[in-house]
Design a protein around this ligand. Structure first.
Ligand code: ZN
Length: 375
């Protein structure tokens, strides 16, 4: 669903007017109107037809600018209203483009329609920033099709666990359908290492993306962006303490990402947008907050932010962040319950949780992704 634009930004008040009369005003001025009714009269905001500025967009232009500008777009997972609001408010204030992504689990939890409508509401509230709605880890053609038909502007087909040939076949099928409907496609080559994989060195080695496959894969599938595996992983436990070194302050430092793989992929696919999954940094302040307030998350470790910044300056145009938002929300709520055991109004604990997610997202936009001011 692509909205066309807007442009009188201010809300104009109106007195008691019939809906019919308002409709006429809108028609006469060749405008779309968004109306908020009050008890007597209300507010109207006019949207000019065809002035093209905004709304749900694909990632094509975002990625092009990000690639050329040496920054990355944040792809944040959304599951409920507070998370959508926190992310988009930070992006609006920092004037940053954003990808809101929905996983299969999010659709199962919140329902496709609720999520799409929440995102559309965010677009109306943030008309000056580009917002893309993306399916994270689509596992089949059917899942992708249902999101393409249901208002998404971008989908990921993740057939990375299949053989190279099957991955190409499934991805190409999704690309054909998506492109016919004006939607872009992210695909994946190589599978992200998780802790279990990393115990076995050969399994770990096998999970990295093989640069020698990327040209054929992109040429045969026609995908618009490619997720690669260079040592990031999903979840809050990306590395075991044994894999880390200890710095002078006694803090665990994870092994470096495989920038050699990224550079080789970039050399083979010049100008092509690369995606990093599993790129939360697992802020230790929030891990401590969780653990100090009844939680149990020992040895939660993420990807150092400097490494993500470095990747963003190269060909990585989309960086996925989910666990950090969960940690900010959970840490904040745990602390609230500990500090205020008699409180039971969900708004009272969701409000500081939302505020902390917003500040975390702002930090990512400004200091990690480099996309602040790029809307
Ligand atoms: Zn992922």
């Amino acid at each position: 669903m692509i909205f066309h634009i807007f442009l009188e930004r201010k809300w104009n008040t109106f007195g008691v007017l019939s809906k019919y009369k308002l409709k006429k005003i809108i028609e006469n001025r060749k405008l779309y109107g968004i109306i908020k009714y009050g008890n007597i009269g209300g507010m109207i905001r006019f949207i000019k037809k065809g002035t093209i500025k905004m709304a749900l967009v694909t990632t094509t232009e975002m990625f092009k600018k990000a690639y050329d500008g040496g920054y990355a777009i944040g792809a944040f997972n959304v599951n409920n209203m507070e998370i959508v609001q926190a992310i988009t408010e930070a992006c609006r204030e920092e004037n940053a483009p954003v990808i809101l992504q929905v996983s299969k689990g999010a659709r199962a939890y919140a329902n496709h329609t609720y999520l799409v409508k929440l995102v559309e509401a965010a677009v109306l509230e943030c008309p000056d920033i580009p917002v893309a709605l993306h399916l994270d880890h689509g596992d089949s053609f059917e899942t992708c099709k249902s999101c393409i038909d249901g208002g998404f502007t971008s989908v990921m087909i993740d057939a990375s666990s299949k053989s190279f040939e099957e991955n190409i076949e499934i991805t190409r099928k999704v690309v054909e359908y998506a492109h016919d409907h004006g939607v872009v496609v992210e695909a994946e080559l190589g599978s992200l290492a998780g802790i279990e994989d990393e115990v076995n060195v050969s399994a770990e080695a096998a999970s990295y993306t093989r640069p020698e496959e990327v040209e054929e894969f992109v040429a045969k599938t026609g995908c618009d962006s490619l997720a690669i595996a260079i040592g990031t992983s999903h979840g809050a436990y990306k590395f075991t303490p044994e894999q880390c070194t200890v710095n002078e302050q006694g803090i665990l430092v994870p092994p470096a990402l495989r920038f050699d793989v990224l550079e080789e992929v970039t050399r083979r696919l010049p100008g092509f947008p690369i995606v990093l999954h599993g790129s939360s940094s697992v802020p230790q302040d929030y891990v401590k907050m969780v653990n100090a307030n009844g939680g149990k998350m020992p040895n939660a470790i993420g990807v150092p932010e400097e490494q993500l910044r470095k990747a963003a300056a190269l060909s990585v145009c989309k960086i996925n962040i989910d666990s950090d938002l969960r940690l900010a929300m959970t840490g904040t709520i745990r602390k609230f319950f500990n500090d205020e055991p008699s409180k039971f109004d969900p708004r009272e604990y969701l409000k500081p949780a939302r505020a902390n997610i917003k500040e975390l997202v702002r930090h990512k936009l400004v200091n990690v992704l480099g996309c602040a001011g790029k809307a």
